[in-house]
Each structure stands twice: as C-alpha cells, then as structure tokens.
Design a binder for this molecule. Structure first.
Ligand SMILES: *[C@@H]1O[C@H](CO)[C@@H](O)[C@H](O)[C@H]1NC(C)=O
Ligand SMILES: *[C@@H]1O[C@H](CO)[C@@H](O)[C@H](O)[C@H]1NC(C)=O
Ligand SMILES: *[C@@H]1O[C@H](CO)[C@@H](O)[C@H](O)[C@H]1NC(C)=O
Ligand SMILES: *[C@@H]1O[C@H](CO)[C@@H](O)[C@H](O)[C@H]1NC(C)=O
Length: 178
C-alpha cells in the first residue's frame, strides 16, 4: 500500500524534474529575440525619422519588426536599396501589408532590409533601412574575455540547471526517508 503510494509519488516527481530540466535546457542559449515596434510609441507614421530611430539599435537574426499604423493610409513594402533611396514603390520585393494596420516582418536572414510606405509617404520620411546581424555569442562561450563581465551577466541556464538537480536531490532524499 505504502509502496504503491511512494512509487507513484516518485514517478510524478521524476516527471516534474524532467519537465523542469527541459525548460532549463531551453533557457541555456540565454539570448531572446526582440519584437521591435517600429517607431516605438509613435508607430509607423509621418513626421518621424526612422533613420534616427534605428541608429542606436542592433537587429539580430530571429527578431521581428512590428509595424503599427493607419491601415487606411500607409502600407509596408520591402524594396531594394535603389528603390529605398528613390522612394519607388512600383516593384516591391515583398508586400508585407496584410490590411489590418498591424504587420510583422520576421528578420530571419542576415542582410540589409529596406522598408518604405507607398502612397507617397516615403517621400515624407516613412522609410527604414536596417542591417540584420547574427546574435552575439552568449558570454559563457568566451571564458578568456570574461574579465570584463559582471557576475550578473552569467546566463540564467547556468544557475537554473544545478538548482533543478539540487531540488531533485532534496526531494529524492525526503521521499526515501518518508
Ligand atoms: C533623419 O536623420 C538622419 C540622421 O540622424 C539624417 O541624415 C536625415 O536627413 C534625417 N531624415 C529626414 C527625413 O529628416
Ligand atoms: C532595384 O530594382 C530596380 C527595378 O527592378 C532595378 O532597376 C535596380 O537596379 C535594383 N537595385 C538594386 C540595388 O538591386
Ligand atoms: C499589398 O497587399 C495588400 C493585401 O493583400 C493589398 O491590399 C495591397 O494592394 C498590396 N499593395 C501593393 C503595393 O502591392
Ligand atoms: C524567412 O521568413 C519568410 C516569411 O515568413 C519565409 O518566407 C522565408 O522562407 C524565411 N527564410 C528563412 C531563411 O527562414
């Protein structure tokens, strides 16, 4: 009777620890993707300098651009460099406009992206050029350079995984003596 209860308890504990360990392993890469709302609170609109907005930002492979705008007026078109510079929207490389005024561009290739609004708005400054880069390697992969990094920069996975084992061990001990 007691043996059955203990067995069941141990099995579900094993499952919980397993799930936690999977979660910890998923967290190890540490670098999370960013969904950039283009223009921040202003969104995708006129009288805004998107070159200035992008200037202090790093866009990494895996991030997204999120465009929020008036669907009755603007749109979101990906063009090549020439058409970006001349605001030519006659032959977009990709029309990202879905019609909801809420469009997402997955930045899944490391290259330049040139995005403009058609309907004449590009001439007023509704144009965005960014370079998508590979994400920087996590701090754990370059131990020789770690002299500059603070303790807080240790990736979460490094702490979580030993914690999971510790919790598992404590439970194991508890159940054995119970
Ligand atoms: C936006 O700002 C950049 C540099 O900050 C400047 O070179 C550019 O002319 C500005 N664009 C407009 C449309 O004002
Ligand atoms: C962009 O596309 C236009 C029209 O298809 C073409 O004339 C131009 O050479 C292209 N520019 C680049 C940089 O590929
Ligand atoms: C882009 O796609 C939207 C939605 O399908 C469509 O309404 C719009 O006419 C297209 N714009 C261009 C410039 O192709
Ligand atoms: C990038 O995303 C686009 C749109 O979802 C998709 O069509 C394309 O295949 C993706 N490219 C890569 C290299 O994953």
């Amino acid at each position: 009777m007691e043996g059955v209860k203990r067995g069941t308890g141990y099995l579900s504990l094993t499952m919980v620890v397993g799930v936690l360990m999977c979660a910890a392993v998923v967290m190890v890469p540490g670098v999370s993707a960013t969904r950039w709302t283009v223009g921040g609170n202003m969104g995708w609109t006129t009288n805004f300098n998107y070159t200035t907005w992008a200037m202090d930002k790093h866009f990494y492979n895996g991030d997204w651009l999120f465009f929020v705008y008036d669907r009755n007026q603007m749109n979101v078109l990906e063009v090549n460099k020439t058409d970006y510079e001349t605001c030519n929207s006659d032959h977009p490389l990709h029309n990202w406009t879905t019609g909801a005024g809420r469009d997402v561009i997955p930045l899944n290739v490391t290259r330049h992206y040139y995005i403009i609004s058609g309907k004449g708005f590009c001439y007023g400054g509704m144009k965005l050029a960014i370079l998508v880069e590979n994400p920087p390697p996590p701090p754990t992969s370059s131990p020789l350079n770690n002299t500059n990094s603070s303790p807080s920069s240790i990736s979460r996975g490094k702490i979580v995984l030993p914690m999971v084992f510790a919790i598992g061990a404590v439970w194991d001990t508890f159940l054995r003596f119970w």
